[in-house]
Design a protein around this ligand. Structure first.
Ligand SMILES: [Mn+2]
Length: 265
C-alpha cells in the first residue's frame, strides 16, 4: 500500500474522465470537485460511451482534441472509449505523473452487475492496471440536476484515497442516491449487489422493411439485500464498494481442482 501524495509532495494531479462524454454535466461537476484537492487533467470520450465496458480501440487510429469545459477548464476529448482515454494518458499522451483517476459523475447508477458493462468503472479499472489508484462515481439518476451530494462524496473519497492509498489492483465504486446532500443518510461501505434487468428486445422495420433491433424496457431494479450497494442507495446512503480486478472465483477454485480434469491420452 502506498499513499499517493507523500511520494512526491505538493498538490496531487488528478485525472478526471467519464463514459458519458466530454459535454456531460457530471464530468464538469467532478472536475470542479477534484479541483478543490489538486491539479485536474480532464480527458473524456467525445461522445457518449456508456456501457461500452472495458473496451480498447485496436483497429483504427485515435484522435485527440483540445476542448474547453463549460466553466472554461481546459480538457481533452478522444474518439475512443473511456479505457482508451485513460490508457493513452498512462502511455504518455500527456506529460507528468497522475496520482489519482476519478471517473464520473455518471448519469445513472452502476450497481452490482452493472459494473461489468460500465465504461465509468472500466476507466477506473484501466487506471488500476497502470498502477494508479482510482475510483468511479455514479449518480442514481439518468438526468441529474443536483450534483451537491455526488460532488461532496467524490471529495471525501478522493481525499481518503490520496491520504491512505489503495491496495494494488483494487478500486472503489461509489454510487450516490438521487437526493440533495442535506437529505443523505450517510456513507455505507457495501458489497456488490444483484441487479434485476428488465430489458426487452424491440424489433422494428426500417423504411425498406428490413428488421432492426434494439434493447429497450424500463431501467433495472435490484435485490434489496442489506449490506449491498443496491440496498444502500435505495435507503438514501452513499455506497462505497471496494472492487478488484482479480475475478477468480475463490470458493469454486478447490472444487474445480477436485474435478481432476485431464486431457485424453
Ligand atoms: Mn454513462
Amino acid at each position: 500500500m502506498s499513499p499517493a501524495i507523500p511520494a512526491r509532495g505538493g498538490r496531487p494531479r488528478i485525472l478526471v474522465t467519464n463514459d458519458d462524454g466530454i459535454e456531460s454535466r457530471g464530468l464538469l461537476a467532478l472536475a470542479q470537485a477534484m479541483a478543490t484537492l489538486g491539479e485536474v487533467i480532464v480527458i473524456a470520450p467525445d461522445t457518449n460511451q456508456s456501457a461500452v465496458g472495458h473496451s480498447r480501440t485496436m483497429w483504427r487510429p485515435l484522435r485527440v482534441r483540445e476542448r474547453t469545459l463549460a466553466d472554461g477548464t481546459a480538457a481533452w476529448s478522444i474518439d475512443g472509449s473511456p479505457s482508451d482515454a485513460v490508457g493513452l494518458v498512462f502511455l504518455g499522451l500527456l506529460p507528468g505523473p497522475i496520482d489519482l483517476v476519478a471517473s464520473g459523475i455518471n448519469h445513472g447508477a452502476n450497481l452490482g452487475d452493472d459494473i461489468t458493462y460500465s465504461g465509468t468503472v472500466s476507466a477506473a479499472m484501466e487506471a488500476v492496471l497502470s498502477g494508479c489508484p482510482a475510483f468511479a462515481i455514479s449518480h442514481d439518476d439518468f438526468a441529474p440536476d443536483d450534483f451537491s451530494l455526488a460532488a461532496a462524496a467524490a471529495v471525501v473519497v478522493a481525499r481518503a484515497i490520496l491520504e491512505r492509498g489503495l491496495e494494488p489492483a483494487q478500486l472503489l465504486n461509489v454510487n450516490v442516491p438521487a437526493i440533495p446532500l442535506d437529505r443523505c443518510a450517510g456513507i455505507e461501505v457495501t458489497r456488490l449487489g444483484k441487479r434485476i434487468y428488465q430489458d426487452e428486445l424491440i424489433r422494428r422495420a426500417d423504411p425498406r422493411g428490413v428488421p432492426y433491433y434494439w434493447v429497450g424496457g424500463p431501467p433495472p431494479t435490484g435485490q434489496a439485500i442489506p449490506g449491498t450497494d443496491v440496498h444502500a442507495v435505495l435507503h438514501d446512503r452513499v455506497s462505497i464498494t471496494p472492487i478488484q480486478l482479480d475475478l477468480t472465483a475463490d470458493r469454486f477454485l478447490e472444487r474445480l481442482r477436485g474435478w481432476e480434469l485431464r486431457l485424453p491420452d
